[in-house]
Design a protein around this ligand. Sequence first.
Ligand SMILES: *Cc1c(COP(=O)(O)O)cnc(C)c1O
Length: 443
Amino acid sequence: MTLDVQFMPGPEFAAAADRDDPFAGFRDRFHIPQIPAGGDAVYFTGNSLGLQPRTAREYINAELDDWARLGVEGHLHAHHPWLPYHEFVTGSLARLVGAKPIEVVAMNSLTVNLHLLMVSFYRPTPERCKIVIEKGAFPSDQYAVESQIKVWSSAFRRLSGEVGPAKAGTPNDGTPSLIELTPRDGEATLRTEDILELIEREGESIALILLGGVNYYTGQAFDMAAITEVGHSKGCVVGFDLAHAAGNLELKLHDWDVDFAAWCSYKYLNSGPGGIAGIFVHERHARSFDLPRFAGWWGHDKATRFLMGPEFVPLAGAEGWQLSNPPIFQLAALRASLEIFDEATMPRLRAKSERLTCYLEYLLGQIATDRIEVITPADPQQRGCQLSIRVRDADKQIFDAITARGVFADWREPDVIRVAPVPLYNSFSDVFRFSEVIGEALR
Ligand SMILES: *Cc1c(COP(=O)(O)O)cnc(C)c1O
């Protein structure tokens, strides 16, 4: 633990920490699920579905009202006109991920966006055709990447006369394939040195490195700056899936020189179930109009979009990857949430988050048992707010017992309970209560 904080075991510490917490008031801006007996649940699943900002309903209702009042005219005359509506969240998204406004846009959902970005940024050749992901990546990412590889493999086979096999002496057989980063024997998470060493060793054959910013299962945060730097030095394209990083970590995508990124907004970003996702494309690529891409009218130059011409003229920057006109109700909910992030700001949120998670780790350490083990890295730099608790013998009864006591956590097969104290709306007292409940379940 590197934080300069002295934690104490009793409930008084939690109460005092909550009194001193500059974010304590933010909790009231969210609807906290209630337990049947009355009172707030301990909601530690903001990494799965963030809570509803109290303003979300009002913002969605405003759009319903404008639709009722104006019909199609709402595109131009709604209080927040629908035509440029996605632009209302661009500034906030840029601040959130450390980007310039031209580098981000809200659109679609996460897996869709991963595919759209791979169409542009996974361009294998027989010499350089592999993709690197983490073993145990989120299944949707695994499926997306494998299906992209299949599309290319079959194209290579069909075109084999023209493309030709890999040149003799190149480090692969010219077939697009996957490299999965795997922890060392007996270890649960990856070592940065091992990730960088693999890229150094195999980089010439790697077309794309696509890792999670934070792994959904272990809670491990990767060193995105170092991975990007080494990847680029070997000529690889580097992208990140920030589903578990956006709204959780301080990100500096522009400065880190990341090529592209995508994230969903219903986890830490509290935009509601199925909420509209976001992408980042580095400014370097903003005018790379020769990049292959799947096109749709919303990615077309705004000045001439409604001339409805036959030729696609892409917008510069991330907006040029849009396909369809966006879902306004989802954008309204996202606006409600991002306003709160703008007020809180990520550096301050992150400071509380580190303290909250270290406190959770400390209290778990006070429980005298060998039946649980935290597999998330102990170094705050290598994690976000989530801790993943491995349960010995995959004893799911412990999870069932804490659930019955009003704790929202989740069970991930085969043997992990994930808990995410979220700095915007979770308190030190939540963490204390959780430690009591799991302590009892273990006794
Ligand atoms: C949550 C999550 C997803 C979910 O994908 P959707 O397209 O939003 O359903 C994908 N990848 C990762 C890493 C996730 O954490």
